[in-house]
Design a protein around this ligand. Structure first.
Ligand code: F6P
Length: 547
């Protein structure tokens, strides 16, 4: 397979950008009153308006031709069939099996994975019911009031994001907390108000080797034992979620209290597995199933919809257009929903750990940009912070705006105000404001002409800044599941176009290895000369100043 940028479809897109970069979205809207009607899609409870992108029908056709050229359809099938498309780890990529509500058999090495998926779901349901009913008690017989999930990366960001997103559905009597950072401030601050006798820990780690998680779990165990004194108490207050039974047992957690998953679930795609246990505890198991159902509906759409009507495919291709042809370096995620405040951070791992790669699946350096920097904050907070740069800065920043028709909190006119801001921002980003318009406004306000002519330059908005708008009726478990799956498949689409493996993460290894070496040195009080002078001086300074 040649590098994608050598394909004629790529080169035609380069030429096409040469024409499109002189176009303005304002003009495209003016020339085609049906544009928004044509450029929208609706599926799985989500409505996508992609008309405010700097594209034409021809752009879409050329991008779709690129998708055909790399056999995107075939790759989607391979994923859904359980083929080992994670080629550097020799693994299937089957988060879709975790939410396969149709229960269609999915074979890995000739074996249907669905009975095991369903068995763990049943185990989760039973456990959630026991905790909720009070049948599961702490060592001293107290009911559980607080659950602390100890995990990091995919074993934290997904369940944490979903618990916040579904907080309106939360069962008030059980509080769920998340500890991820190895910085003791995180654990200590979280445990401070908690009663050990009423606290349940979930140690969540796919590999059960992650330094941060194991260190936090050891300290949590010590905190518990300091209060409850008896090592037998651990079994009443610790459960584990992992793919690795022996390591869980070696840590001192009874494997009977372990919820398993499988190596074909990537960490950043694992919230649908038992890693989602805190979600089920927070909002109830039935809500967790609704989350899976929403994701499944999006999976079916992704697998079966023709590409011109396929939401993740179109969003993925439009993203490629900006990264590879328009030179965008970042992608903003702007949820107009406080409950989605952790979505940008979740998608940072989802997208950047998946597509932050510099070699193809065959190990050949790519000669084009791959995954953009993902960032964002909820609206309207972001408007009063960084939108200035999106509107008038010199970088092109494609942005996704996400909002709901109905809020869980219909307080006075908060929600109409929130959504008016969302719609206004996308309009402003698209239209901009010309010098003449800015000048006319200033003159109309009574400003003297010289001052108005000066200020108008500063009040020009170039516009032509692309956005997607994703609307849902309400943020429910179902629509949230669909939304997350939409982004997962967008990431997949882009990874296939770039010819990279979106499912490994070798880039996190080197720092982990070096941290191990440096920790040994700190503990021995002696820095090795193998380090560069900067690292050596910094570590020496740390050792000396702590003496
Ligand atoms: O360091 C990155 C990473 O491996 C992620 O991919 C993963 O989600 C996270 O660490 C946590 O890993 P684990 O669940 O094995 O503790």
């Amino acid at each position: 397979m040649p590098l994608i940028n050598q394909l004629p479809q790529w080169q035609e897109l380069e030429q096409h950008w040469g024409q499109m970069c002189t176009q303005h979205l304002r003009a495209l809207f003016a020339a085609d009153p049906q544009r928004a009607e044509r450029m929208h899609l609706e599926t799985a409870g989500l409505y996508l308006d992609y008309s405010k992108n700097l594209i034409t029908q021809e752009t879409l056709e050329r991008l779709l031709a690129l998708a055909e050229a790399v056999d995107l359809r075939g790759w989607i099938e391979r994923m859904f069939q359980g083929e080992p498309i994670n080629n550097t780890e020799g693994r299937a990529v089957l988060h879709i099996a975790l939410r396969n509500r149709a229960n269609r058999p999915i074979l890995v090495n000739g074996q249907d994975v669905m009975p095991e998926v369903n068995r763990v779901l049943d185990q989760m349901r039973g456990f959630v019911e026991r905790v909720h009913s009070g049948a599961w008690r702490g060592y001293t017989g107290e009911c559980i009031t607080d659950v602390v999930n100890i995990g990091i990366g995919g074993s934290n960001l997904g369940p944490k994001m979903v618990c916040a997103a579904l907080s309106p559905y939360q069962n008030g009597s059980l509080r769920v907390h998340f500890v991820s950072n190895i910085d003791a401030a995180h654990l200590v601050g979280t445990l401070k108000p908690l009663d050990p006798a009423k606290t349940l820990f979930i140690v969540a780690s796919k590999t059960f080797t992650t330094q941060e998680t194991l260190t936090n779990a050891q300290s949590a165990r010590a905190w518990l034992l300091e209060a409850l004194k008896d090592p037998q108490a651990v079994a009443h207050h610790f459960v584990a979620v992992s793919t690795h039974t022996e390591r869980v047992a070696a840590f001192g957690i009874d494997p009977a209290n372990m919820f398993g998953f499988w190596d074909w679930v990537g960490g950043r795609y694992s919230l649908w597995s038992a890693i989602g246990l805190p979600i089920a505890l927070a909002v109830g198991f039935d809500r967790f199933i609704e989350l899976l159902e929403g994701a499944h509906a999006m999976d079916e759409h992704f697998r079966t919809a023709p590409f011109p009507e396929n939401m993740p495919v179109l969003m993925g291709l439009i993203g490629i257009w900006y990264v590879n042809f328009a030179g965008a370096k970042t992608q903003a995620i702007l949820p107009y929903d406080q409950c989605l405040r952790y979505l940008p951070a979740y998608l940072q791992q989802g997208d950047m750990e998946s597509n932050g790669k510099g070699v193809t699946r065959e190990g050949i350096p790519v000669a084009y940009s791959t995954g953009p920097v993902i960032w964002g904050e909820p609206g309207t907070d972001g408007q009063h912070a960084f939108y200035q740069l999106i509107h008038q800065g010199t970088q092109l920043i494609p942005a996704d705006f996400i909002g709901a028709i109905h809020s869980h909190y219909e307080l006075d006119d908060h929600h109409p105000k929130l959504m008016a801001n969302l719609f206004a921002q996308t309009e402003a980003l698209m239209r901009g404001r010309t010098y003449e318009e800015a000048l006319a406004e200033l003159l109309a306000s009574g400003m003297d002409e010289a001052q108005a002519r000066f200020l108008a330059h500063h009040r020009v908005f170039p516009g032509n800044r692309p956005t997607n708008t994703i609307l849902m009726d309400r943020l429910t478990p179902y629509t949230l599941g669909a939304l997350i799956a939409l982004y997962e498949h967008r990431i997949f689409t882009q990874g296939i176009i770039w010819g990279i493996n979106s499912f490994d993460q070798w880039g996190v290894e080197l720092g982990k290895q070096l941290a191990g070496v440096i920790l040994d040195e700190i503990q021995q009080g002696q820095v090795s000369t193998v380090h560069d002078s900067s690292t050596r001086f910094l570590v020496e300074r740390f050792i000396q100043q702590r003496r």
